[in-house]
Ligand binder design. Structure first.
Ligand SMILES: NC(=O)c1ccc[n+]([C@@H]2O[C@H](COP(=O)([O-])OP(=O)(O)OC[C@H]3O[C@@H](n4cnc5c(N)ncnc54)[C@H](OP(=O)(O)O)[C@@H]3O)[C@@H](O)[C@H]2O)c1
Length: 649
């Protein structure tokens, strides 16, 4: 098979991309606009209430990102007109039929014009509510397929899935499709219609019983994990992604389909520049936690391989696979990873992180260098449980006792710490299958693609997706970890997962004073109802514009005269610090409540407690194990000794 020129294929093509505010989709769009400016048009589907908000999200969360720096330099002042000509934002939501696109003339235009559809949209939260994950990762995939089928000129659908739809398989994992109903364990078949029906009924039942929304959320999260585990998947995310693949395979008919399954996607290797990353993902929470001195233990199987692939390589592979499929290449599934051809171990990651942070210590909020130790490597779950018992559970028990003796003087502290420990246990439980993962992703199809590409296309330097080219040591130490540190420095605006909208109660005058002093007057007000009349808000672009002011050092001197303001400011900064940390899945009761900026008034109405003082959209709260440090006496050395003794006995 002759692949020919990729650039030529892209010329004059109209491409629909879902999940365009996401990490991978943005890199995909930037790449094509940069290497093939003669692409005809992109329709970018963005979750937004209307065209105006979609355009704002395109400006703030896509084109405005540093990722587009090279393109900006290339086009200079004409970038805006180039983008207006080439990119149309579309307000929509893949969890609805016709992708929730309400503008019918725009929809007709897309059905007439689109050549290729790429579905990047997903919820990637391992512990997502089952109804939400089912709506996006499973049903959403089908909606995208149905939409693609309505496009009269469509040449194919590219669906981005994940290599971890394999569940907890070990050994060499082939690039095999999922057929309808396939479960990972047991004899039962996965019945997607039944799952949908059950979820709907469960929610109705809970609502009828008057169960508060927060409890419905946690029931839905538990249900997702329960159903995933019943059929042999470790979490809701991969289970719902696997069901999405089943629907696509089952309903594709004659539409050419490509399913891309990346492993863990890391920062860009080379393009548009090395080290671009957004949000803090999988391994990055561990690296960052370690650099900050919060994570002092690593959990990993001795044989576990870290399967990482740089994002620009994923995007290049997607583009090449897309062109190959258009030229009748028969393969559908592609694993994109590194574990087979150029593996890197968890132990290497530990070593690279230690070396990096020893030479370039993290600077904490107080401006001091964080000293890191080698840390403890826990090679089994039993060692982890023992570590937790020694370090946290025993001291927690002691606190509980003390609390009882002192008439609950420490009740709040005890409750907060107990909750944190439970959260850590739940997270570790969720991530366990990955840290002890013993599979290697076979990539025969991807390798065949690489061979055809090298033999029949002269653009290998533009679309590199060969993991054997990666020098992991150089990449981790000089590219990825510095990229990660940088996004922490820019954490207030670096991703949609950070602050997207800030709400405060306007009758908290001191706090309002603090906020206004560096954000300017509020840009919005919750629609008036008895419960939310006092809430004022600032939009993401304002927060973005003021990012340079969001530095504690800049603000504190100006506020130093007012102690209450200073305390509030500290709370405010701490809150942001917490919310900008790596996304984890469970919201703690003590954390501020999230309000959906897409429907803030409605969310505020549904919100049962009095509105919190400060809230933002993200419900991500970071918890690093060492935040729960109750007993500094139990040092790592003590724990290491205990573990050694256990190993010896
Ligand atoms: N990153 C990885 O390590 C990795 C690894 C393997 C596979 N993948 C897969 O690669 C794809 C892209 O991942 P990513 O890391 O770029 O994800 P991401 O940064 O979390 O972005 C997800 C995107 O999907 C959008 N989205 C979510 N629900 C939607 C809905 N109902 N309708 C329309 N858009 C919706 C989000 O929009 P909002 O901004 O509105 O939330 C966001 O733009 C996903 O399918 C993921 O499963 C990722």
């Amino acid at each position: 098979m002759e692949l020919g020129s990729i650039l030529q294929f892209l010329e004059d093509k109209t491409i629909l991309v879902t999940g365009a505010t996401g990490y991978l989709a943005k890199i995909f769009v930037e790449k094509i606009l940069r290497v093939q400016p003669k692409v005809k048009k992109f329709y970018l589907l963005l979750r937004a209430a209307d065209a105006k908000s979609a355009a704002e999200r395109l400006r703030d969360e896509v084109i405005g990102k540093e990722l587009f720096r090279v393109l900006r330099e290339k086009h200079g002042a004409s970038l805006q007109s180039f983008i207006s000509e080439k990119v149309t934002p579309v307000a929509g939501d893949i969890s609805y039929e016709d992708l929730g696109v309400k503008d019918s003339s725009l929809k007709d235009e897309m059905w007439r014009e689109v050549d290729v559809v790429l579905n990047f949209a997903a919820t990637t939260d391992f512990d997502e509510r089952y109804d939400v994950a089912l709506g996006i990762n499973t049903q959403g995939a089908l909606h995208v397929l149905n939409f693609a089928k309505k496009c009269v000129n469509v040449k194919m659908l590219v669906h981005v899935s994940t290599a971890y739809v394999c569940g907890e398989d070990a050994g060499l994992i082939p690039e095999q499709p999922y057929h309808m109903g396939m479960a990972k364990k047991g004899d039962s078949k996965v019945d997607i219609n039944f799952e949908k029906k059950m979820v709907k009924e469960k929610i109705n039942e809970l609502k009828l019983e008057g169960v508060p929304e927060k409890e419905i959320t946690s029931a839905m999260k538990d249900l997702g994990i329960e159903r995933a585990r019943l059929f042999g998947w470790p979490n809701t995310y991969v289970f719902t992604k696997a069901m999405g693949e089943m629907l696509l395979m089952n309903r594709k008919d004659t539409l050419p389909l490509v399913i891309i399954r990346p492993t863990m996607v890391a920062s860009t290797y080379k393009e548009p520049f090395p080290g671009w990353i957004e949000g803090v993902r999988t391994i990055d929470s561990i690296i960052a936690g370690y650099g900050k001195g919060r994570v002092t233990c690593f959990i990993s199987g001795p044989q576990s391989t870290l399967d990482v692939v740089p994002a620009d390589m994923v995007v290049s592979a997607i583009i090449v696979a897309m062109v190959a499929r258009a030229k009748q290449h028969p393969e559908i599934i592609y694993h994109l990873g590194s574990s087979l051809r150029n593996p890197v171990k968890f132990s290497n990651l530990h070593d690279f992180s230690f070396r990096y942070f020893s030479e370039h210590p993290w600077i904490n909020k107080e401006g001091e260098s964080v000293k890191i130790g080698k840390g403890i490597v826990l090679t089994s779950m039993s060692k982890f449980y023992m570590y937790m018992a020694l370090r946290f559970l025993l001291p927690l028990k002691a606190l509980q006792l003390l609390n009882m003796l002192l008439f609950k003087t420490y009740q709040d502290l005890y409750t907060a710490l107990d909750r944190k420990v439970k959260l850590v246990m739940r997270l570790v439980d969720l991530y366990k299958p990955y840290v002890f993962f013993e599979g290697i992703f076979d990539d025969i199809n991807t390798e065949k693609l690489r061979i055809i590409f090298k033999e029949s296309c002269h653009e290998t330097n533009i679309f590199d997706f060969d993991p054997t080219n990666i020098d992991w040591e150089d990449y981790m130490i000089n590219v990825h970890i510095p990229g990660l540190v940088k996004i922490y420095d820019w954490q207030f605006t670096s991703s949609r997962r950070t602050i997207t909208k800030l709400y405060i109660r306007s009758n908290e005058s001191c706090l309002r004073e603090v906020c206004e002093s560096f954000l300017g007057p509020p840009t919005g007000m919750a629609e008036s109802t008895s419960s939310d009349a006092n809430i004022v808000s600032w939009d993401p672009c304002v927060l973005g514009m003021r990012k340079h002011k969001l530095l504690r050092e800049d603000i504190l001197p100006a506020m130093a005269s007012n102690r209450k303001v200073q305390r509030l400011l500290n709370e405010f900064m701490d809150l942001f610090q917490m919310n900008c940390d790596p996304p984890v899945t469970e919201q703690m009761d003590t954390a501020p409540q999230a309000i959906d900026h897409k429907n803030s008034a409605q969310a505020a109405k549904e919100h049962e407690d009095p509105a919190p003082i400060i809230t933002d959209e993200a419900d991500h709260t970071q918890l690093a194990i060492d935040e729960v440090d109750l007993c500094p006496m139990v040092t790592d050395q003590v724990i290491q000794d205990s573990l050694d003794r256990e190993a010896g006995s």
